[in-house]
Design a protein around this ligand. Structure first.
Ligand SMILES: Nc1ncnc2c1ncn2[C@@H]1O[C@H](COP(=O)(O)OP(=O)(O)OP(=O)(O)O)[C@@H](O)[C@H]1O
Ligand SMILES: [Mg+2]
Length: 250
């Protein structure tokens, strides 16, 4: 089984407020369609929330919990926005020939202090067995300490990563960069040194940007690749088991 994470930084205009990038969504959906036709069937797609998640979480101050009536309303609005955004992506995947089935994390996952403590994995695996491609996304999920909390797409990848043979993280850079060069391989041995070169993305990201992403992926042990989603041929190459410019983690 493979996991493909499509970065919210590519699917949306991350500096905006709830703005999808329809052309980018269509381009990536067509790449997934080509991989599917080439036989990539055991696949989970996870996508980031982009400006449908990070922007309202910042605007309504939802990152430290949901307690007031106003925050409850804002949390519902954010979940709804993330779900609508995901519908754009599943629609594009279906149009590209991929039987995408939306699985909102708020329905199947629970967390405690921002970490997933329960996931109804069977829902996801049953969809795969039945021939669908489940699509999960960064979402607001019920949290036993905080009321509701942000669950990044990266954390969902990390959770399912233990069942995967390969993880492909498509984002808006060629890989992890040090002095402008792509780092070919990050392991536990060199992570500390490389983490000094991880900066904020410049775009709003409430879940740790690139450093948060690498920390999540290192937990899942499967070989993972950070690759540029704006170079779709690279994403396709990795999905079908070929090499492409990217940073390998693990
Ligand atoms: N050393 C680095 N190498 C590469 N990217 C870096 C580095 N340091 C910081 N970054 C930033 O990390 C960003 C990618 O992470 P980000 O979380 O914004 O994207 P994403 O995962 O695609 O979006 P989302 O979280 O919405 O899914 C890049 O745009 C880049 O600016
Ligand atoms: Mg991110």
């Amino acid at each position: 089984m493979q996991i493909l994470k499509l970065g919210g930084s590519v699917l949306s205009r991350k500096h905006g407020f709830m703005q999808a990038d329809a052309a980018s969504i269509a381009r990536l959906a067509s790449i997934v369609g080509r991989a599917y036709k080439a036989g990539v069937r055991d696949l989970i797609i996870v996508h980031g929330a982009g400006s449908f998640g990070h922007a309202p979480v910042i605007k309504y101050k939802l990152n430290n919990g949901v307690r007031t009536r106003k925050q409850t309303w804002a949390c519902a609005l954010t979940h709804s926005a993330c779900s609508h955004f995901s519908s754009h992506i599943t629609d594009a995947l279906i149009a590209a020939g991929v039987p995408a089935m939306s699985v909102p994390p708020a329905d199947i996952a629970r967390s405690r202090n921002r970490r997933i403590v329960f996931m109804d994995k069977k829902v996801v695996f049953d969809h795969i067995k039945a021939g669908y491609v489940p699509v999960l996304f960064g979402d607001m999920i019920p949290d036993s300490l905080l009321g509701c909390s942000v669950c990044s797409g990266d954390q969902i990848v990390s959770y399912f990563g233990k069942y995967a043979s390969r993880v492909v993280m498509a984002t808006n850079v060629d890989g992890v960069l040090v002095h402008g060069e792509v780092v070919p391989h990050i392991t536990r041995g060199n992570f500390r040194e490389i983490s000094r070169h991880l900066k904020c993305s410049g775009a709003p990201d409430v879940t740790g940007g690139m450093e948060g992403k690498i920390r999540e992926i290192m937990k899942c042990r499967a070989p993972a690749y950070i690759v540029n989603a704006r170079k779709p041929a690279r994403v396709l190459a990795l999905l079908i088991g070929k090499k492409a410019i990217s940073t390998r983690i693990n």
